[in-house]
Design a protein around this ligand. Structure first.
Ligand code: GLN
Length: 540
């Protein structure tokens, strides 16, 4: 049996309470006491992974080094903890069923009737213990997606019940995150929804050990005692999670509430060293006391939903904080950028990011924005589709290939400067088949990228099917527009730069997946610096 201790995080009352942030914050506090912690997320939907989901459904799809397309909460885990996650850290109902059905087809169940209990629950339990069994972790935090009482989460809740029994109460605990609504008319915080949701959990045989209460107002001692009485926990196990300005404040709040102490007590663990959050606090101090402010345009087609570009927004926070610069992000819908609006939309920006994306919608607006950034010497960072559009913009407007395009947008275009990768041409299935995960990139010594990274060999995460078409290499690239990075094995173009411009970089990969609080990404850091410089120069 596993050597690790397990913490399960469930949610009640409503979705979107921020289980991922609570899990990541607790992990941070435990990590700050030298525990080796990992976090995993179990999602109750039937998609095998979120790779095929539209960002409007669950926000951004996060990508790990090993090429897993995962829930965006894994991004929070990596950003808080500065440790890598992997395929094993995110499991969906689809994946669980897929694997059970495969085993059934292989005859592995020896003629038995395959059922939710025990076959699906066994598969879930096995996956829940996978990381804990490696011996690499002292504590595994498992977040159960959805809300208790949902039909879809039942097999997970049942698996947690069985696992707690298998592991023993000293080795596993349940944190239940709920909402304490405030009724403005009555001027009161209400505990009833929490009581009901704890009861729902109990009906499934699980008693919560700790209740974390999301609230807009402070919980009084009386209210905590009342909750404790109704929910079978000690008052100190009622943890207030009050709304804060930034998610990065949550570990500090959880520390003040003593969440880590209650957890360690319950798990009969002693801190491995006195808690040290000094670097986290130093980050917060810089983040909250900026000396400058820059306005960055984020141009994409999913801008209505902030979660669509979560990692980019967080990377900008990290890069801003380290430079003591407040980054004011202006989200601009690429469909709103036309010849008549482009100057109006972009003229007061100090930096422009063109976001990743798929499909034709809004791409002409992206190309216009890139032309504007190039001509007006505004710092530009094009990510994945953003880099591909930067290539098309240059090919059309500077090289004279008027009909240059990507075959993703127009399969029969005259100049397919961006085309499907050779290895992609025979692929029919959409799920998990892109060029995914970490790939090496060799940087040219004379490049801006080399200067930014301070090395000539980097590894970055990818998620794309199309690439720069090397047949157009000598036509598109010239002394101004240059390739700054390539994949050493395949020769795929990874980074393009414009030498006639103070800061113009397009990257085929996603730097945003690797920025963390303690390790802000050099590209974002340099981009924000360049944006401040642009501001200073324009004010002269
Ligand atoms: N749609 C483009 C491709 O598949 C870009 C993908 C992206 O931006 N992540 O290559």
């Amino acid at each position: 049996m596993s050597r690790a201790k397990y913490i399960f995080v469930t949610g009640g009352v409503t979705s979107s309470l921020g289980k991922g942030i609570i899990a990541a914050s607790l992990a941070k506090l435990l990590q700050a006491q030298n525990f080796r912690v990992t976090i995993q997320k179990f999602d109750p939907y039937i998609n095998v992974d979120p790779g095929t989901l539209n960002p409007y459904e669950h926000g951004e799809c996060y990508v790990t080094d090993d090429g897993a397309e995962t829930d965006l909460d894994l991004g929070h885990y990596e950003r808080f903890l500065n440790v890598n996650t992997s395929q094993a850290n995110n499991v969906t109902t689809g994946r669980v069923y897929q694997s059970v059905i495969e085993k059934e087809r292989q005859g592995k169940f020896l003629g038995k009737t395959v059922q939710v209990i025990p076959h699906i629950t066994n598969e879930i339990k096995e996956r829940m213990c996978l990381l804990g069994n490696t011996g690499e972790y002292d504590i595994v935090i498992t977040e159960i997606g959805g809300t208790v009482g949902d039909i879809e989460s039942l097999p997970y809740i049942e698996s947690v019940r069985q696992l707690i029994w298998d592991l023993g109460r000293e080795n596993a605990l349940v944190i239940h995150l709920t909402l304490i609504p405030y009724l403005a008319a009555a001027g009161e915080l209400k505990t009833k929804p929490t009581q009901h949701s704890v009861k729902t959990l109990m009906e499934s045989g699980i008693s919560a050990d700790i209740i974390v209460c999301r609230t807009e107002h402070d919980l009084s001692e009386d209210l905590k005692e009342k909750l404790a009485l109704f929910c079978n926990v000690k008052p100190e196990a009622i943890i207030e999670s009050i709304d804060v300005d930034t998610i990065y404040d949550v570990p500090i709040k959880m520390l003040a509430e003593g969440l880590d102490k209650v957890v360690l007590n319950k798990l009969k663990l002693k801190p491995k060293k006195p808690l040290d959050l000094s670097s986290w606090e130093a980050f917060l101090k810089k983040y909250k006391n900026p000396k400058h402010k820059v306005k960055i345009g984020l141009i994409g087609k999913y801008v209505e939903l902030q979660d669509s570009y979560k990692s980019i927004l967080e990377s900008l926070i990290h890069a801003g904080a380290i430079n003591e610069i407040e980054v004011d992000v202006v989200s601009i819908h690429s469909e709103h950028i036309t010849d008549s609006t482009v100057a109006l939309e972009l003229n007061n920006l100090e930096g422009i990011i063109v976001a990743p994306g798929f499909g034709e919608r809004g791409i002409e607006g992206k190309i216009k924005a890139i032309a504007y950034a190039r001509e007006n010497k505004i710092p530009f960072l094009g990510i994945c589709l953003g880099m591909q559009m930067a290539v098309i913009e240059y090919a059309r407007n500077k090289v004279g290939l008027t009909h240059a395009n990507s075959t993703e947008m127009n399969p029969n275009c005259e100049h397919p400067v961006i085309d499907l990768m050779e290895s992609q041409k025979s692929i029919i299935n959409k799920g998990g088949t892109m060029r995914l995960g970490a790939w090496d990139c060799h940087l040219e010594t004379e490049s801006l990228a080399h200067q930014v990274y301070g090395t000539n060999k980097i590894s970055e995460r990818h998620r794309h099917r199309y690439e720069f078409n090397n047949e157009y290499f000598s036509k598109v690239f010239d002394t101004d527009f240059k390739v700054a990075g390539t994949n050493p094995e395949t020769g795929l173009v990874e980074i393009v730069e414009n030498k006639k411009h103070p800061w113009f970089v397009g990257v085929q990969f996603h730097p945003e997946y690797k920025s963390t609080v303690s390790n802000p990404h050099p590209l974002f850091t340099a981009f924000i610096k360049a944006s401040l410089l642009h501001q200073n120069n324009s004010q002269k």
